[in-house]
Design a binder for this molecule. Structure first.
Ligand code: PAF
Length: 283
């Protein structure tokens, strides 16, 4: 497996593979891998001839006072994991390679970025779409894999790729959870033991809301209340948002038809955790 921080080297490698008729899968990441990331790489390896994983903690998607400096960086072990899974290359660019002097472009997707994490983290999605556009331009993948845990990010990237005719298939990977239901996240390692224990209530609350739906409840407000109620005896948890939205447009849904995305953001102490569940009628 090739590990490089050189834009020229990775783009030449990908161009060579394409010229040999090999498909290129891409997994953009910020590193600090857990089983969730590894599942993205597994999907890419299963569906492409060659797989590139990028590891870049993208400064432009962090707001002031967020965890850019303390975001975990574990490049060596990350590379070992993805090599074992069969990735062909890891691209670890420096910030001045991604954003060279004179870089002046920002890719901004309207509408879909306004609510949920877009409202909670102003500018975040411009950072995500800009870095993804740059990385897509360097790697020129046939497909790219994104996790469903970041459901809004997934929807925003799909929109950008479609609007800008980038010709990349965006593949959605299911959320991977710990045994007690907590969605895997690089930020889980910030949690104290007590915060970690209480954080398992996030998935419990979502499942309780889902149960209500399966019992016939279609009023979003009642599902949201069920979630909030589940967290009421967890003093270290603070709900930032709990929304019921259309999974493609991220627009709010009040009376549910047969499908809704319940998306939540909860602070456990100072750590912000996001999670979601796609609630659907059983056929
Ligand atoms: O999901 C992430 O890790 C990041 O937002 C991404 C897609 C790698 C862009 O920096």
């Amino acid at each position: 497996m090739i590990i490089t921080d050189s834009e020229e080297k990775i783009s030449e490698l990908c161009a060579r593979w394409r010229s040999e008729g090999l498909s290129v899968g891409f997994v953009p990441t910020m590193g600090a891998f857990h089983k969730g990331h590894l599942s993205l790489v597994e999907i890419a390896v299963a569906s492409s001839d060659r797989v590139v994983v990028s590891i870049f903690v993208n400064p432009s998607q962090f707001g002031p006072g967020e965890d850019l400096e303390k975001y975990p960086r574990t490049i060596e072990s990350d590379c070992k994991f993805v090599e074992e899974l069969g990735a062909s290359a890891v691209f670890t660019p420096r910030a001045d390679v991604v954003y060279p002097p004179g870089f002046s472009t920002s890719v901004s997707v309207a509408g879909i970025t306004e609510g949920l994490c877009g409202a909670a983290r102003p500018g975040h999605f411009n950072g995500v779409t800009t870095v993804c556009a740059v990385l897509f331009g360097i790697v020129k993948p046939d497909l790219a894999v994104f996790g469903m845990k970041d459901a809004q990010q997934l929807a925003v990237v799909k929109r950008m790729v479609s609007d800008l005719r980038m010709g990349i298939e965006i593949v959605a990977a299911p959320i991977i959870r710990e045994a007690d239901g907590l969605a895997m996240s690089s930020r889980n390692q910030y949690l104290s033991r007590e915060e970690r224990n209480q954080a398992s209530l996030i998935s419990t609350g979502m499942m309780k809301a889902e149960n209500l739906f399966h019992m016939g409840e279609r009023n979003s407000e009642i599902l949201r209340k069920e979630f909030v109620n589940t967290l009421k005896d967890a003093p270290l948890l603070r709900v930032q948002y709990i929304e019921t939205v259309n999974p493609e447009t991220m627009l709010g849904v009040e009376e549910i038809d047969d499908r809704v995305l319940l998306a939540v953001s909860v602070f456990a102490g100072k750590t912000r955790l996001i999670d979601n569940i796609l609630i659907e009628s059983e056929v």
